[in-house]
Design a protein around this ligand. Structure first.
Ligand code: URA
Length: 241
């Protein structure tokens, strides 16, 4: 293997997305041949000794891709200082270090991908590739046509306007409603903040779709492996966008 940027090597070895690996380097947790690495540094994984927190980095070419039905109450991280249940606790594969592709809030349930392929995670979460994600949101009150139109067109958030979304009213209950919202971005707590902005706080949130993938028959806490065709199709989609 040739000389490559350190964050790319770490991502391939399963330490998270390229951005997460850049953070590891910035935090001074990565060493190359015993010296603390700096961002921008390159290395040769075959000939250099690369470590993260003192542990040798090994590139494992057996990539695993998992679709999990995340239950509420699980954090989408590999490490939680508060010791809460983690999505990685639900998918234990010996010798494989999985991490979530993007994240769902603690109290959001539904479709979450996990992998040990950092390049794949980078492709799926990079804003440029804009993969569609669909959510069902149980909201307080009955959104008017005007509120739905505002959600569709985009609402102003402190970090910028949200991009056009697809929004459908699925059901109305006495003082609540279920909206189906599809977005191509992944701003923090985006769906919750969009609905809050138009006056309809989210009571329950579930991700039902990621690109063409759905939950199928998976019950909360259950997972299945993606097929190689599904993985290839996702990569193809991201490259085209
Ligand atoms: N939008 C949110 O508000 N929360 C999520 O977990 C995902 C999208």
């Amino acid at each position: 293997m040739a000389v490559e940027r350190l964050q790319k090597i770490l991502a391939k070895a399963g330490y998270g997305s390229r951005r997460a690996c850049e953070d590891l380097i910035r935090a001074g947790r990565v060493k190359v041949n015993g010296k603390v690495a700096v961002l921008g540094e390159k290395a040769d994984p075959k000939n250099d000794l690369i470590t993260v927190d003192g542990e040798r980095v090994v590139i494992n070419e057996r990539y695993v891709y998992v679709l999990l039905n995340k239950p509420k109450g699980y954090v989408s991280t590999v490490h939680d200082p508060q010791g809460r249940p983690k999505v990685t606790d639900l998918v234990k594969i010996p010798g494989v270090r999985l991490f979530p592709v993007g994240r769902l809030d603690l109290n959001t349930c539904g479709l979450l991908l996990l992998t040990n392929d950092g390049e794949f995670a980078f492709l799926m979460t990079h804003p440029k590739h804009a993969i569609w994600k669909t959510y069902q949101a149980l909201v307080q009150g009955k959104p008017s046509l005007d509120a739905i139109e505002r959600l569709r067109k985009g609402v102003p958030l402190p970090e910028g306007r949200t991009a056009p979304a697809e929004v459908r009213l699925l059901k109305t209950l006495s003082d609540k409603a279920v909206l189906e919202i599809s977005i191509r971005e992944g701003k923090k707590r985006q769906v919750r903040r969009m609905c809050q902005f138009v006056g309809h706080p989210v009571l329950e949130l579930k991700r039902t779709k990621f690109a063409f993938l759905t939950l199928g028959d998976l019950r909360p806490g259950q997972f299945r492996y993606l097929t190689s065709e599904e993985v290839a199709k996702l990569k193809e989609m991201a490259r085209k966008e």
